[in-house]
Structures are given as C-alpha cells and as structure tokens.
Design a binder for this molecule. Structure first.
Ligand code: 13P
Ligand code: SF4
Length: 317
C-alpha cells in the first residue's frame, strides 16, 4: 500500500477514503464480512464489522450469515475460522502473516511428550496450527485458559505452546501439574519488569493491565490479567481514569476511541506484533478483489481440530 500510495497523486486521506469505498463495494458484491483482531492497524480496525480477541472472533465467525470471511489477523486465527466454518470462504489478506509463537509447537514433539506422560491431557493455546490442535485434547484462549484446565478430569496437563500463559494457569490452578512448553510471544516477552515499574512511578494512579503472554514477573505487577477483550471489559467497568496497557500497542486505539474520558499508557515501545501489522487496507481490498488468500484445512485434520475447539467452547460458556 505504501508504494502504491507514493506513486499515486492523492493525499493520504484521499487514498485511504478511496480504499475504504472500494472495500465497502467489494464487501457487498462478495457477501463478505470483515473480522479484525484487536492488534490490527487503526485504519483496518475502522473498516471491521467485528473486532475482538481470539475467543470472541471464533464465536463471531460461527454466527455470520456472510459467505466470505476476510480475517484481518494472523494465520492461526483464519485457520480456526476455517475449522469452525468449512462451508465459508476464509480469506487471509496477507499470506505471510503468521504467529511466531504458534510455529514453536510441533506435532512430533507433542507425540513424544504424550509418550513420556501418557496420563496427561494436552491443552493447546489457540495460537497454534490446525495440526497441533488436532493432536490436542482441548484448545484454550488467553480468556478461558484457567476455566478450560479446571474443567479437565486429568491432574497432569501438557500446556502448549506459551510457557507464560502456562505459568499463569499453573499459579491459578495449583491443584494440577502443568508441564510447560518452551514457547513465547516475541512481542510480549520484550516487556520487562523495570519498564512497568518506571511507568507506574510516572502514573501512580494508573491501573496496570497485563496480557498473560507477558513474563511472570510482569504479570505479578498487574492489577488485572486479561485477554485483549477482557481489557476492554475491565476498563469499561473500572472507576480508574488511567491505565497502563501491557499488551500489543494496537489495542490502545480502540481503548481511546471507546473510553474518551480515560487515559492509556504503553509501558514499552517494543509492544508491536510485526505480523499483525502486515495487513493494510490495500491488502484487504486486494483480498476481496482477487479472493486471496484462501485458508483451508485438510478434512481429516479439520475434524480432529474442530473437536478440540468445540470442547473449548463448551468449557468456556
Ligand atoms: P487475545 O486472544 O487475548 O486477543 O490474544 C491473542 C494474541 O495473539 C495475543 O498475542
Ligand atoms: Fe503471535 Fe505474539 Fe503476534 Fe499474538 S502478539 S499473534 S502471540 S506473535
């Protein structure tokens, strides 16, 4: 989009408005819905029909009447939409937008761990591939991981792939043995305890909200630990006027928009997910025009992965 914009003679506003009109027209022609994760660029958030965290988006795709789902997020999210909606066309505007954490889990290693701990249940964070979900007993999101683990009859859990979310579950479900996987989110891991302490000193009345993908030391400093959508709920119901946001910077745009009387601070300039930022309005328009890139899951994998997602949705009602 940037190269296209530079080559055009339009102002940035004209260029963006034109793209928004094109997207609106194509959306109607294709009978499409645009779904966006809370970390997307602000101009992409502005054209989304539905926004939310991984759990909210999984639920939203199941209810839509649209024939085409344009998923502005990363690959595992579009894959989950395809698992839950095999009859719909799921488009991921940028093929390369993946989640490095999801790539840290492999089926081979899960099988090896299952052999070592045959009595353990495998819980996979939705930030994982369809193959990994298919190999798991149940999935979870950052918003329901504690409920999902508590709902299981097994006392030992292999938690895949985020070690920080796994650690957070371990603290909150001490009655179970949680076997951690060495995965992490390259954006959240960069937030350090000292940075949070410094920003807390600058804004002593602010509440600190942390995503459970942050380091355990950072999570310990939090007034509330939430999924991205959980942060919206918390801010809406809190009497506080100031908040330090311990997650990807994209969230702050919507937080400010929906809570004009409140202030938001980021504790670090490194809280950016490069993959989430790959999706631009230009790519969304391109995706609708050429119906690219269609995300599909082989049927035998989809059926098994679906079980894991359905069990999660049942456990988090
Ligand atoms: P949420 O489900 O909380 O939106 O998190 C998804 C994610 O990728 C966080 O990095
Ligand atoms: Fe993956 Fe982290 Fe980006 Fe979320 S923020 S999609 S966990 S890399």
């Amino acid at each position: 989009m940037n190269r296209e914009f530079k080559n055009s003679r339009k102002s940035e506003k004209e260029y963006i408005d034109d793209l928004k009109k094109q997207i609106e027209k194509l959306k109607k022609e294709r009978n499409a819905i645009i779904i966006a994760h809370n970390y997307q660029r602000k101009e992409v958030q502005d054209i989304a029909d539905i926004m939310g965290d991984s759990l909210a988006l999984s639920r939203a795709v199941m209810k839509t009447e649209a024939k085409v789902i344009v998923f502005c997020g990363v690959h595992f999210m579009a894959e989950s939409a395809a698992i839950l909606n095999p009859k719909k066309k799921v488009l991921l505007p940028v093929k390369e937008s993946g989640c490095p954490m999801a790539d840290m889990a492999t089926v081979e290693k899960i099988k090896k761990m299952r052999n070592q701990c045959p009595d353990a249940a495998v819980v996979s964070y939705v930030n994982s591939s369809a193959d990994v979900k298919a190999e798991s007993d149940i999935s979870c999101t950052s918003g329901n991981a504690i409920d999902v683990v508590k709902s299981l009859k097994e006392d030992r859990i292999i938690f895949v792939p985020d070690r920080n979310l796994g650690h957070y579950v371990k603290i909150n479900v001490p009655e179970k043995e949680i076997i951690l996987w060495p995965g992490f989110c390259p954006a959240h891991i960069r937030l350090m305890e000292e940075e949070v302490i410094n920003v807390k000193k600058q804004h002593p009345n602010a509440e600190f909200l942390a995503h459970p993908e942050c380091r355990p030391g950072v999570v310990k400093l939090a007034d509330a630990v939430c999924s991205t959508e959980g942060m919206f709920k918390h801010v809406r119901s809190s009497l506080s006027k100031e908040f330090i946001i311990g997650t990807e910077e994209g969230l702050v745009y919507r937080l400010k928009k929906e809570n004009p009387g409140k202030k938001f601070f980021l504790p670090s300039e490194h809280l950016i997910c490069a993959d989430m930022k790959l999706t631009t309005l230009g790519w969304v328009a391109h995706s609708l025009k050429f119906m690219e890139h269609c995300v599909t899951v082989p049927e035998q994998v989809r059926i098994k992965a679906l079980k894991s997602l359905e069990r999660m949705l049942e456990a988090s009602n």
